[in-house]
Design a protein around this ligand. Structure first.
Ligand code: ADP
Ligand code: CIR
Length: 370
């Protein structure tokens, strides 16, 4: 399961850590361990684990600091850990494994093989259009043999943008569209795309502290088809985010489009992947299928009883976010609700988990439950 470079590195022994980096690693560890942070990194970076990992590097030269610096700078992180490259998942496994097991409720030793199944098995979750404003399914992909965002050079950003934009520009049919480098978007256009939920925001403090926003806006951009139902983000948190979205609750149509797009891109490029953890991404919450299937849903009754909302969501492994995405609040009782687990289940099962849970929430909302 180690990559070829990781095996070579294992034979050569540990990477060298400069004294000033060693001091920063110790400082970050102390900041986290002396805090009252509720993050998963605080919970799983025990003294024993720290001692094992503080002096080692991945073959690409990533250190423990690269993994934990966001969690140290943001003690209110839910997770606080990022992978600076694909080998970090194995080199720093004493930290990643237990944290991943907890986040994804991952009890198996291996992620199942990719299986999109038949999207026709799903139907509209809200045919009366009463509750669901829009449905979005995204997945993340990293290109094999490149570092992840936290360790990319400016040239890596440019090279990947070139490779990925060539691939997305070759879509045909409904998925055909145009790539817009962030550098060429006028600020008002960019802001409109963000406000309409199509484009990533700038300056996320968790990503900034993880060193994921360096050289901004170089190499970043968005591809979309004319109806903006199929979108690819280039070089935001991951090399690629593939997104399908539309108004209403037709999960079948949204999932079918994503499946088509992701399967096509797999024929253009080789992705970072391993048998244990499936597709590998910057954030350990996104590995496996890397699928986040969400609805923007209006739940005024359940909003009045947030405990009940969280209880039902928890039963179906759903995560409740605010209207503008992660780390935001709900506006007008509209929530972003999605599958929390992306690892240890197939793509098909991830969608099923989300759609079953949303149906249950709608049932409670309809009964006027508070
Ligand atoms: P992700 O990691 O999936 O990209 P974010 O929480 O950063 O998640 O959200 C990215 C953008 O996608 C935000 O603007 C968010 O409001 C939007 N979004 C997420 N789910 C939906 C949805 N079901 N309908 C419309 N927009 C959505
Ligand atoms: C955090 O730790 O809060 C941020 N680094 C974001 C983690 C990813 N979010 C999630 O729960 N899916």
């Amino acid at each position: 399961m180690f990559s070829r470079t990781a095996m070579l590195w294992q034979r050569c022994g540990k990477g060298r850590i400069q004294p000033e980096v060693a001091a920063k690693i110790e400082q970050a560890y102390k900041t986290i361990s002396n805090s009252n942070s509720k993050s998963l990194v605080k919970k799983h970076l025990t003294k024993e684990t720290y001692e094992k990992l503080k002096d080692i590097t991945t073959p690409m030269g990533s250190t423990l600091l690269d993994c934990i610096q966001s969690g140290a700078a943001n003690l209110d992180s839910g997770v606080g850990l990022y992978a600076p490259d694909a080998d970090a998942y194995t080199v720093f496994h004493e930290l990643f494994n237990p944290l991943i097991a907890e986040y994804h409720s991952f009890k198996n030793s291996k992620h199942p093989p990719s299986c999109w199944g038949d999207p026709v098995a799903f139907s509209n979750i809200d045919p009366s259009n009463k509750y669901i404003i829009s449905t979005r399914v995204r997945t993340g992909r990293s290109i094999k043999d490149y570092p992840f965002a936290a360790k990319m050079t400016e040239d890596d950003y440019k090279e990947l943008e070139q490779k990925i934009s060539m691939a997305v520009n070759s879509f045909q049919g409904e998925l055909q569209g145009t790539y817009y480098p962030l550098k060429l978007l006028v600020p008002t256009e960019q802001q409109k795309l963000v406000d309409d939920h199509y484009l990533f925001k700038e300056g996320d403090r968790f990503l900034t502290a993880a060193k994921i926003c360096r050289f901004w806006p170089t190499g970043r951009g968005i591809f979309y088809n004319p109806s903006k139902t199929f979108i690819v983000w280039i070089n935001e948190e991951d090399h690629m985010r593939i997104i399908s979205m539309q108004k209403g609750g037709d999960i079948m149509a949204v999932y079918k489009r994503l499946k088509e797009g992701a399967e096509y891109l797999e024929t253009c490029m080789e992705f970072a992947h391993n048998d244990k953890y499936g597709y590998l991404t910057s954030c350990p919450t996104n590995i496996g299928t890397a699928i986040r299937a969400s609805v923007h849903i209006s739940l005024p009754h359940l909003a009045a009883n947030r405990t009940k909302l969280e209880e039902i969501a928890g039963r179906y492994n759903l995560q409740v976010r605010g209207t503008e995405g992660e780390h935001t609040e709900s506006v007008d009782n509209v929530y972003d609700i999605s599958n929390k687990r992306r690892l240890g289940l197939t793509e098909f099962m991830a969608i099923k988990e989300m759609s079953d849970g949303i149906r249950e929430l709608i049932k409670h909302e309809e009964s006027g439950d508070e």
